[in-house]
Write a protein that binds this ligand. Structure first.
Ligand code: AMP
Length: 307
C-alpha cells in the first residue's frame, strides 16, 4: 500500500520555553512523511521556492519518500510559519503565516501517484486538498487535517473537502471551533453528518481520542522527561496512524483503529523530543517498537473490580 500526502513543506520560526529557532525545516507534509515512512512508502505533493535547500530532504529520500510531486518554483519563496508556545505546550500561537509559493500552487500529480491507496490531506488550503483528491483514482482511505487559519478563512471550502473524507484528525480546540460544540461527542455527531465516519481528536500531552459510530477510544500521551518542541506532533501522529493502516492494508475495524491510534501517539511522542525534524532523522524502528510496548503497559490494567 502507498500513502500520498499533500501539505505544506515549510521553513518554520519557532519559540518554545526550551529554545528558539529562526528558520528550520518544517511543514505539515514534511513532518507527516518523516513519520509515515517508517511504515509504508510515501509520495509527497507540495511546492517550495528557490530559497529552499533541497539537501534538507535527503533524509526523507533515504527513507524512500518519493518527492516527484514536489514542485520547485525558482522565482518564489518557500511557505513560512512562525509560532510560539508558552508553558501550555498544547496550543501554538501563530505569529506569522506567509503562504508564498502555496498562494498560486496548482498540484499536478505524477501518473504513478494517482493510484495511491491511502491519502492524507495534511494542513493546507482546503481548495488544494480537493484538487489533489480529484486526481486520485480509488483510494481506500482519505484522511485529512486542518487548522484555525483555514477554519476561519476558508470554511465553505473546508466543508466541501470534508464531504470527501473518511477520517478527520484535528486538535481539540479545532474540533470545537469547526463545529461550534464544546462537547466532543456532539462535535463528532456534527462532523459525522458532514461526511467523515471517524474523528480523531488530538489532545497534545494528554493523548488522543477516536470517535466512530459504535465506539470511542482514548489513548494517553507518553509521559516524557525531555520535551522541546510540540510542532509537528499532529502530523507525526497522523503519520503513525495512517502508516499503520497502510502497512497492514487494514480494514477500519475497532481493533485496527485502536492500534493505529497508539502508533500515532508513539510517533508523536518522539517528534516532540527535539526541534523541527531533528528527532525523526535519528529515530530507529527498534525505538518505535519499544515505545509502542511501553504505551501498552501505560494503560493496561486488570479488568476485575471487587467491591
Ligand atoms: P502541527 O502538527 O499541527 O504542529 O503542524 C506543524 C506544521 O504546520 C508546521 O511545521 C508549519 O509549517 C505548518 N503550518 C502552520 N500553519 C499552516 C497553515 N496555515 N497551512 C499549512 N501548514 C501550516
Amino acid at each position: 500500500m502507498t500513502i500520498l500526502v499533500v501539505g505544506s513543506v515549510a521553513y518554520d520560526g519557532l519559540e518554545t520555553p526550551f529554545g528558539k529557532k529562526e528558520r528550520i525545516l518544517g511543514g505539515a507534509a514534511t513532518h507527516f512523511s518523516a513519520s509515515a515512512s517508517f511504515f509504508a512508502p510515501v509520495q509527497l505533493v507540495g511546492v517550495v521556492g528557490g530559497d529552499f535547500d533541497e539537501k534538507e530532504l535527503d533524509f526523507l529520500k533515504r527513507r524512500g519518500v518519493d518527492l516527484a510531486g514536489l514542485q520547485i518554483q525558482k522565482e518564489g519563496k518557500t511557505f513560512f510559519w512562525k509560532g510560539k508556545y508558552g508553558y501550555d505546550l498544547n496550543e501554538a500561537q501563530t505569529l506569522d503565516t506567509q503562504l508564498n509559493v502555496f498562494a498560486e500552487f496548482n498540484p499536478a500529480l505524477p501518473e504513478n501517484f494517482r493510484s495511491a491507496s491511502h491519502i492524507f490531506l495534511a494542513n493546507i488550503d482546503p481548495e488544494l486538498q480537493v484538487k489533489v483528491l480529484k486526481q486520485v483514482q480509488k483510494p481506500k482511505l482519505v484522511a485529512m487535517d486542518t487548522m484555525n487559519f483555514w477554519i476561519q478563512g476558508k470554511r465553505k471550502e473546508l466543508l466541501n473537502t470534508l464531504r470527501h473524507a473518511d477520517c478527520l484528525l484535528v486538535n481539540e480546540s479545532e474540533a470545537r471551533q469547526l463545529t461550534g460544540e464544546y462537547n466532543l461527542t456532539k462535535a463528532f455527531k456534527k462532523i459525522r453528518s458532514w461526511g467523515p465516519k471517524i474523528l480523531v481528536v488530538k489532545q497534545g500531552e494528554y493523548g488522543a481520542m477516536l470517535f466512530a459510530d459504535d465506539f470511542v477510544f482514548s489513548a494517553p500521551g507518553y509521559p516524557l522527561e525531555d520535551l522541546k518542541d510540540p510542532t509537528g506532533a499532529g502530523d507525526s501522529f497522523a503519520g503513525g496512524f495512517i502508516g499503520f493502516l497502510a502497512k497492514k492494508n487494514a480494514p477500519l475495524t475497532e481493533e485496527n483503529l485502536k492500534h493505529a491510534v497508539v502508533c500515532g501517539s508513539t510517533m508523536a511522542s518522539f517528534q516532540v523530543e527535539d526541534f523541527g525534524l531533528e528527532r525523526m532523522r535519528t529515530l530507529t524502528k527498534k525505538e518505535i517498537q519499544e515505545r509502542f510496548q511501553a504505551f501498552k503497559k501505560l494503560s493496561h490494567f486488570e479488568e476485575t473490580l471487587i467491591l
